[in-house]
Design a protein around this ligand. Structure first.
Ligand code: 13P
Length: 287
């Protein structure tokens, strides 16, 4: 059964570890993340951007696939199906389709409008047991057409949004989606410490998990980050393994062109990346 992200993240915050949000793109991705979570007894969040939802033909398809797959694979660890960077309309559609968690990305609205719209989404979500993530200070970089400038969040604004009753808060602290440039200044831990001070037990979310060095991840967790989003890194692992298979001419040997064979190295590579992240985040055996 799908669960909201609230309880798993509160436990993570109290236990000083983080739950990974791994973005999914298709059946292979979903199966790889679910199996890795089950094998390692880790809670997990499946992230779906609006673009990935559209690619998979719509949120209804995604929700039905995830639910059925969990049943067929006997997945018993807590799993949340979460809309990543949802628009106002997207959040409604995801909730109606059966998602158990939504991010309402209002970072481009003025603060007053942000508050009104967030309140409205929270009321609907909570009436249905769905968790809500809000964002303060845009996450830099580009993900599925959602572009942010990488602002650092204002801790007072974080408190204001946290007090509306969101279940998790994504705060920009210099993190960006995709690969980090060589001259990246790193995460702003002073601001993170202030946000944690102002927001207390609120689980904090770190977007742009790809390529953040292990020590920075650990420090972020020690300062209250309890959800870390990873997308690009699984895509890179999948692409590299698939390229190697094709470059080695394996698709031309026997029935190596069979999609179940062709996609297998990429599938295993996603599993390895997800496991590595779960170890780093400390979520193994926390289900
Ligand atoms: P990366 O693609 O940088 O891992 O970021 C993922 C993310 O934050 C999803 O919202």
């Amino acid at each position: 059964m799908l669960v909201s992200a609230t309880e798993m993240l509160q436990k993570a915050k109290a236990g000083k570890y983080a739950v990974g949000q791994f973005n999914i793109n298709n059946l292979e991705w979903t199966k790889a993340v679910l199996l890795t979570a089950e094998e390692n007894r880790s809670p997990v969040i499946l992230g779906v951007s609006e673009g990935a939802g559209k690619y998979m033909t719509g949120f209804k398809t995604v929700a039905a696939m995830v639910r059925a797959m969990m049943e067929e694979l006997n997945i018993t660890v807590p799993v949340a199906l979460h809309l990543d960077h949802g628009s106002y309309e997207g959040a409604y559609r995801a909730m109606e389709a059966g998602f158990s968690s939504v991010m309402f990305d209002v970072s481009h609205y003025p603060i007053d409008e942000n508050i009104e719209k967030t309140k409205e989404i929270i009321a609907k979500a909570h009436a249905e047991g769905i968790s809500v993530e809000a964002e303060v200070g845009a996450i830099g970089g580009e993900e599925d057409g959602v572009v942010g400038n990488g602002e650092v969040a204002d801790p007072d604004e974080c408190k204001m949004i946290a007090d509306l009753g969101v279940d998790m808060l994504a705060a920009g602290i210099g993190n960006i989606h995709g690969k980090y440039p060589a001259n990246w200044a790193g995460l702003n831990f002073d601001v993170l410490a202030k946000i944690q001070e102002k927001t207390g037990t609120m689980p904090l979310v770190l977007h742009g998990g790809t390529g953040i060095p292990a020590e920075m991840i650990q420090e972020a967790i020690s300062l209250g980050v309890s959800k870390i989003n990873v997308n690009t890194e699984c895509q890179l692992s999948f692409a590299e393994a698939t390229r190697k298979y094709i470059e080695a001419g394996k698709d031309l040997e026997g029935k190596g062109f069979d999609p179940r064979k062709l996609l297998a190295p990429g599938f295993e590579a996603i599993k390895a990346t997800v496991k590595e992240k779960m170890e780093l985040f400390g979520s193994i055996n926390k289900a």
